[in-house]
Design a binder for this molecule. Structure first.
Ligand code: CTP
Length: 243
């Protein structure tokens, strides 16, 4: 039996929970991807997956059906969420494109590796005393592909991207919003102390298609997840009204 405090917390949450995402299917990508260099090595990005898993939990608790496409992370999936595990950017792209049509909201928190080795050697690369150069090809930009697909088909699906920046956070968020045809970009300054990657807290700015920019104060990722979903629902209403 769980501790009484946990039972109380769970009961309270069930009784007070909003169900404003009933009927929605939310597709979320989370964590890093791993691009193999040989059978024992890979390149990857810093990412714990915590923000994506927090969004998955929040959306599920608010009544959505949640499809979570996750790179390798040390987290348990939230209850009731459909988890698809992937390793590479190509695998993540294929999983997203396969589930795209059934999704009403797509949120891309994943830290996708931007480059990979096109022809991965079958055997381990042996160490020598010489300098080693890697030749890398770009991976598919999943968010840009999804943005273009939604626009081409005029499906009205809501697309939310993330941007990890070390400078010019808002300007970069706005640039990615346009370039990848998103409805919202959630940007964070990953050089700030105590927020970002491994942290349980974050501080983000939302840049929206409507031109609105909303800074969300520093908070736990689980709290920010609900605030991001609140803004997403308001944004969709505003976009539908303006169509
Ligand atoms: N993204 C993606 N596929 C990629 C690279 C990024 O879908 N191959 C998505 C991420 O999931 C995120 C958004 O694009 O939602 C922005 O990712 P980010 O790494 O900040 O931007 P990049 O486009 O990679 O640009 P840069 O690294 O130059 O800032």
């Amino acid at each position: 039996l769980p501790e009484p405090a946990r039972i109380a917390e769970f009961t309270l949450r069930v009784l007070t929970q909003r169900h404003d995402l009933d009927g929605e299917t939310v597709l979320i990508t989370a964590g890093p991807t791993r691009e193999p260099l040989d059978p024992v090595r890979f390149i990857s990005n810093r990412s714990s997956g915590k923000m994506g898993y927090a969004l998955a939990e929040a959306a599920s608790e608010r009544g959505a059906r949640v499809l979570l496409v996750s790179g390798p992370v040390q987290l348990d999936p939230p209850a009731g969420v459909e988890l698809m595990r992937v390793q590479t950017a190509r695998e993540m792209r294929d999983a997203v494109m396969e589930r795209l049509a059934e999704s009403s909201i797509i949120i891309k928190t994943a830290a996708v590796a931007d480059y990979h080795v096109a022809n991965v050697p079958k055997q381990k690369v042996k160490k020598t005393a010489m300098r080693l150069s890697l030749e890398l090809d770009p991976t598919p930009d999943i968010l840009a592909e999804v943005g273009a697909e939604i626009e081409r088909r005029a499906t009205g699906q809501l697309l939310i991207g993330f941007a990890a920046e070390t400078e010019n956070v808002v300007a970069e968020a706005k640039r990615k919003l346009q370039a990848k045809k998103c409805d919202m970009v959630v940007a964070n300054d990953v050089s700030a102390d105590g927020t970002g990657f491994e942290s349980d807290e974050n501080e983000v700015v939302l840049a929206m298609r409507t031109g609105e920019v909303a800074p969300l104060g520093r908070a736990a990722k689980r709290v920010l997840a609900d605030q991001i979903l609140d803004h997403a629902m308001q944004l969709r209403l505003a976009l539908h009204k303006s169509r």
